[in-house]
Design a protein around this ligand. Structure first.
Ligand code: GLV
Ligand code: GLV
Length: 327
């Protein structure tokens, strides 16, 4: 008998078709929102789960699904999953690293440029028929070329962002848990390692590329925002919760920093309503990896991991090899 899997959200039909060759598949192709109780009920008799970053996979859910052996999360981030609980229960978990690095780095630049040059606010103004009110000082932004780019979190996405800064003649500063080897720093437009406060003080544009964890919760709060330049731009393409959104709203409202570009929010898909009243923030709905080619590559990668797990192979992107010893 084929193992049973649940695909929690709508996904490319060809991926569903491929998985159907290996598994008895229950899908959610109508993309109906499932409550956590409904997810638990549907997952109860399944051995595998194909999840997105939108499902919260808690210890309770894992405990309620004794058949579960494998969760393939279609995202590089996996803070939606209680990984320790999965490991203790002998449930393998995989993510989709690397395939999205370049696409996500592209999007970091899209948000940075949009925020620094007021693309969102000026477009709203144009659409509202305001162009006849042109002034010399409308929508004055901050330059990218020649500026100092700060990157907090210098993993592979951070390095891909840094490489792109060469074309803008930028100086790159970064902070990370550990300093990169000199060869990687050189490849990242000669990025220079500095301490976090130094980064906050010196960056003209600061990009956040940290994974979310208890250790990075509110890594940018009121105290950190207070160190930044009043002309600075802040961009978060990583995870909500890395930034204290209420503190950021206050800083943007009082122009203690100039602008922000945000693809991720605390409690998304809900978000702090006060963001909507600010003209100096560009808001996007967690689309950093959303190119056609990359979303396909992510779905394929998650499917590869599921198929490997049930063919007696180690999933290529297994996050918790310790789970194998529990099973
Ligand atoms: C998207 O945010 C991801 O983690 O892949
Ligand atoms: C985090 O997602 C990183 O690769 O830096």
């Amino acid at each position: 008998m084929k193992p049973k899997i649940l695909i929690a959200r709508a996904i490319f039909p060809e991926v569903v078709e491929r998985l159907s060759c290996h598994f008895a598949v229950e899908t959610n192709q109508d993309d109906l929102p499932w409550s956590s109780a409904e997810l638990a009920q549907r997952l109860h008799d399944k051995q595998g789960l194909f999840s997105s970053a939108n499902e919260r996979i808690t210890a309770e859910l894992i405990a309620a699904c004794p058949q579960l052996k494998m969760i393939a999360n279609m995202a590089v981030g996996f803070n939606n999953i209680d990984l320790d609980a999965a490991t203790r229960a002998g449930v393998m978990v995989s993510n989709t690293p690397d395939v999205l690095n370049e696409t996500t780095a592209d999007f970091a630049w899209a948000l940075l440029m949009a925020a620094a040059r007021q693309v969102g606010a000026s477009e709203r103004w144009l659409r509202a028929g305001q162009w006849k009110r042109w002034r010399y000082d409308a929508f004055l932004g901050a330059d990218l070329h020649g500026a100092t780019l700060g990157i907090l979190g210098m993993g592979r996405i951070g390095q891909a962002i840094a490489r792109r800064s060469r074309g803008f003649d930028m100086q790159v500063l970064y902070h990370n848990r550990t300093q990169l080897p000199a060869t990687l720093e050189a490849a990242a437009n000669h990025a220079q390692f500095v301490d976090k406060d130094d980064l906050l003080r010196r960056a003209d544009h600061l990009l956040l590329v940290l994974p979310y964890s208890a250790a990075t919760h509110h890594a940018i709060g009121a105290a950190e925002l207070a160190l930044m330049k009043p002309t600075a731009t802040l961009v978060n393409i990583a995870r909500g919760g890395i930034v204290d959104d209420a503190a950021l709203i206050a800083a943007l409202r009082e122009r203690r920093i100039a602008a922000a570009g945000l693809d991720v929010f605390e409690n998304e898909p809900a978000f702090h309503p006060d963001f909507l009243a600010l003209d100096n923030v560009v808001l996007t709905p967690h689309i950093g990896s959303a190119s056609g080619a990359t979303r396909r590559a992510m779905a394929t990668c998650a499917a590869d991991n599921l198929i490997a797990a049930f063919s007696g192979k180690t999933p290529p992107n297994l996050l918790n090899p310790q789970a194998l010893r529990q099973g």
